[in-house]
Design a binder for this molecule. Structure first.
Ligand SMILES: *Cc1c(COP(=O)(O)O)cnc(C)c1O
Length: 234
């Protein structure tokens, strides 16, 4: 039996963190003269313990992001399977083409489409999928060799191929700016690229820079540690 006389510290902590982030998002939207209703908070639950995820679910948060297909499967088709209905799950980490079918079955949005091999496997999966996810293309705005994502110069051809050859719809663009640089030029570049290729949504901004991202046009922000607390990789 849980002790109902002491408040659940995890739940109340998570609830107040979420409220704080939502109000900072609203303030940033206001500064940019945007409606807060058009900007989604994606709670990045990767590596977080089940207790914190359970607490986050209790707050009414419905959009979650994960960066590994397998970890996400365990969490959302097993541990929290009974609460999966009505949630929106987004893959924000790299997708290996041999995991495409699993990712398509689990996620509502895949944010990390970044090479032709994936267009192939996604188009194939689409033929039989019951619910095919919405797709974002990841752009490596900092052109970092170790990072996934398309180089900005390759984006227009890729989007064209995606639409014409593979009949897939790019809903938005996603970027992760280099860690040791100011994020604004990267957010600005992503917005400019989105306008050039005619896609609407922008997934940009994390714990450290989501307000800047909102001021620069983000339609969703991916916040992990500032919402749940630090990740424990030990
Ligand atoms: C982990 C991760 C985040 C969240 O990072 P925080 O700094 O904890 O907010 C956002 N986006 C992606 C792609 C991630 O892998």
């Amino acid at each position: 039996m849980p002790d109902t006389t002491t408040p659940d510290t995890t739940t109340s902590k998570i609830k107040s963190k979420r409220e704080e982030i939502l109000s900072r998002m609203a303030e940033a939207a206001k500064r940019a003269e945007r409606s807060p209703d058009e900007i989604y908070l994606v709670a990045i639950s990767k590596v977080q313990p089940d207790s914190r995820v359970a607490a986050m679910l209790e707050t009414g948060q419905i959009v979650f992001g994960e960066n590994r297909v397998q970890e996400a499967q365990t969490r959302w088709t097993d541990t929290f399977a009974s609460q999966r209905n009505g949630l929106e799950l987004r893959l924000v980490g790299p997708l290996q083409s041999n995991k495409t079918d699993d990712a398509v079955a689990l996620f509502d949005v895949i944010e990390t489409v970044d090479r032709e091999k994936l267009l192939k496997t996604l188009a194939k999966a689409k033929e039989t999928a019951e619910n095919f996810p919405r797709l974002f293309v990841q752009v490596n705005t900092g052109e970092e060799p170790q990072k996934s994502g398309l180089s900005p110069k390759d984006l227009p051809d890729f989007i064209k191929k995606m639409r014409e050859e593979y009949k897939l719809v790019p809903e938005g663009l996603m970027c992760i700016p280099p860690q040791n640089e100011a994020p604004s030029p990267h957010f600005w570049l992503l917005k400019k690229l989105a306008a050039e290729v005619g896609v609407e949504k922008l997934s940009m901004g994390m714990s450290a820079d989501f307000e800047t991202a909102i001021e620069m046009g983000a339609t969703s922000v991916r916040v992990g540690s500032a919402l749940f607390g630090e990740r424990d990789y030990s």
